[in-house]
Design a protein around this ligand. Structure first.
Ligand SMILES: NC(=O)C1=CN([C@@H]2O[C@H](COP(=O)(O)OP(=O)(O)OC[C@H]3O[C@@H](n4cnc5c(N)ncnc54)[C@H](O)[C@@H]3O)[C@@H](O)[C@H]2O)C=CC1
Ligand SMILES: O=C(O)[C@@H]1CCC=N1
Length: 264
């Protein structure tokens, strides 16, 4: 019987739980969410049918897997609270941005730690989850990958790339959504009602991503199929580039990357 406890039922915690709660690996009743916020606990209990607790020690006592899903500045307090209670074969799965496996192992040296970087797409089983672990964590890594495979796509990466994975895959949700919002705003200016503009822009974004995902092509190849010579698409694309679209996206990604290296 697989049992898992998630410490932190906030934005990401809820997304992971709603994906995992419907998977074959865990029954909802064997997932426990710990949070300081009663509001969060009531929400996950009512919506997702998982067990909840405000007491970390009690909640981790008989589980093999513990997901750490708190903000970086909240992690030290959580590790301090659990370090004497953890037994050696309990596995920590950390989603915490900017904190390395070695830093966690400094506080809890007996426990294996696997770092994961999912995104909020997890709630719709569309997460992109990058995973890394030390060389000696093989069997557990297989299970954790299987766990996150149930809520989207996974990729095992070197830990040195975890910050980049966070920017591209986790913050990336926000970056794509800001572009989507701009498309919707453009649609409204051309005359659509906001809800119509949203339907069109969202479906078009899904079409664009799916073309690249299913065809395995480079985006520019799919762009070529849309751009009629002297047509309206190339006019729009070139104006976006004159205004710095690619440059501003790359600069934004790099600003995010610079920031992430200062977090903690
Ligand atoms: N939100 C996102 O899209 C992503 C977040 N992350 C990372 O995941 C972690 C969690 O992020 P969010 O869910 O966005 O944060 P959040 O602030 O929404 O959730 C954190 C939760 O932890 C709870 N908490 C804090 N200290 C606690 C304690 N001592 N005991 C019990 N509960 C406690 C808080 O009440 C809160 O509900 C962060 O490290 C973040 O950087 C990673 C990828 C994506
Ligand atoms: O904004 C943040 O710092 C976290 C990491 C990725 C998503 N949220």
């Amino acid at each position: 019987m697989n049992k898992i406890t998630i410490i932190g039922g906030g934005n990401l915690g809820k997304s992971i739980i709603s994906g995992l709660g419907n998977s074959d690996l865990f029954e909802a009743k064997h997932i426990t969410v710990v949070d300081k916020s009663e509001h969060n606990l009531t929400e996950v209990k009512e919506k997702l049918g998982v067990s909840t607790s405000q007491h970390i020690i009690e909640a981790i006592s008989d589980v093999k897997w513990v997901i750490l899903c708190v903000q970086p500045r909240q992690l030290d307090a959580v590790l301090e609270e659990i370090k004497e209670e953890l037994i050696a074969d309990q596995i920590l799965i950390s989603t915490v941005t900017g904190t390395s496996i070695a830093e966690i192992n400094e506080v809890v040296p007996k426990n294996k730690v696997i770092r994961v970087m999912p995104n909020t797409g997890a709630s719709k089983k569309l997460s992109m989850t990058c995973i890394s672990a030390n060389e000696d964590v093989k069997e557990e890594l297989v299970f954790v990958q299987k766990m996150f495979d149930t809520i989207g796509k996974t990729l095992i990466i070197e830990e040195r790339l975890m910050q980049a994975a966070t920017v591209l895959g986790a913050s990336g949700i926000a970056f794509f959504l800001r572009f989507l919002r701009a498309m919707i705003q453009g649609g409204i200016q051309m005359g659509f009602h906001p809800h119509e503009a949203q339907i069109i822009a969202v479906q078009t974004a899904m079409g664009a991503a799916t073309l690249v995902a299913k065809n395995g092509t480079h985006p520019e190849r799919e762009i070529d199929k849309v751009t009629t010579p002297q047509g309206c698409t190339i006019e729009g694309l070139n104006e976006m580039e004159h205004q710095g679209l690619s440059s501003s996206v790359i600069k934004g990604v790099m600003a995010s990357y610079e920031k992430i290296n200062t977090i903690k």
